[in-house]
Design a binder for this molecule. Structure first.
Ligand SMILES: O=C(O)CCC(=O)C(=O)O
Length: 228
């Protein structure tokens, strides 16, 4: 999808990425994360304060990686061994590192996620985000980021994979719609390429330092700064 500003959104979908027994195994593994309460509701910042989500999630990843979004930090738990081969397969397929995975559980039909873009500072800019679906079928809806117009809907069956590539996070919002009936849980495993914590902290320190220098020099809106 090409946009007037010259940016390109690319969303691909593979209907049968994980087959039969493997899909069942991954579903069972996600279910046991839920039973052991590793998957937890989130408390994102909303215009009306923090609100508990019906969706439950947990982050897994390499040391020195965490994901910050919606005013929260999702720390990395160590990778469960069953996720490692699939991460490797995805890294080969997309020629990109995936240091972090978020597992989401949509258990009741009303558990959903509203339109949003994964454009947080922790994610490497223009990197690929991929998501595997397991369990109940749901719809991924893609809308224009500026106008909210629905541009594409994709039915996500168990075992399917979708990717969001290039400028997708700049151009589109994505949402997982509520289910039409109670069908049992859907799990998604979304893999991301994240900036390591130590590098992010260095960047923040540099940004603070350059802001302080600017403030000291008096440069700013309406003030051209000190003359030499
Ligand atoms: O469940 C999914 O496939 C999407 C999850 C999502 O939008 C997100 O983690 O940002």
């Amino acid at each position: 999808m090409k946009f007037a500003n010259g940016k390109t959104a690319k969303v691909q979908h593979w209907r049968n990425f994980i087959l039969g027994e493997d899909a069942k195994l991954f579903f069972t593994k996600c279910q046991s994360l839920s039973k052991s309460k590793i998957l937890q509701s989130e408390y994102p910042v909303t215009p009306n304060g923090r609100k508990k989500t019906l969706r439950k999630s947990a982050g897994f990843g390499d040391k020195d990686f965490e994901h910050a979004y919606n005013g929260m930090i999702q720390k990395s738990r160590p990778w469960p061994p069953w996720l490692l081969p699939i991460r490797k397969r995805l890294e080969r397929m997309f020629s990109q590192k995936f240091e972090f995975a978020l597992i989401n559980e949509y258990s009741a039909k009303d558990a959903a996620i509203g339109p949003h873009a994964d454009d947080e500072k922790t994610i490497v800019s223009r990197s690929i985000i991929v998501s595997i679906s397991l369990g109940a079928t749901r719809t991924l809806q893609l809308t224009d980021k500026d106008f909210g117009k629905v541009l594409r809907s994709i039915t996500l069956h168990s075992g399917s994979l979708y990717s969001m590539e290039l400028d997708t996070q700049d151009c589109l919002k994505h949402a997982i719609l509520p289910g039409e009936q109670e069908e049992g849980p859907r799990y998604s495993i979304t893999f991301r390429h994240i900036i390591p914590i130590h590098k992010r902290k260095l960047l923040q320190t540099e940004q603070r330092r350059s802001k302080k220098n600017k403030d000291l020099s008096g440069a700013g809106p309406g003030n051209p700064g000190r003359r030499k």
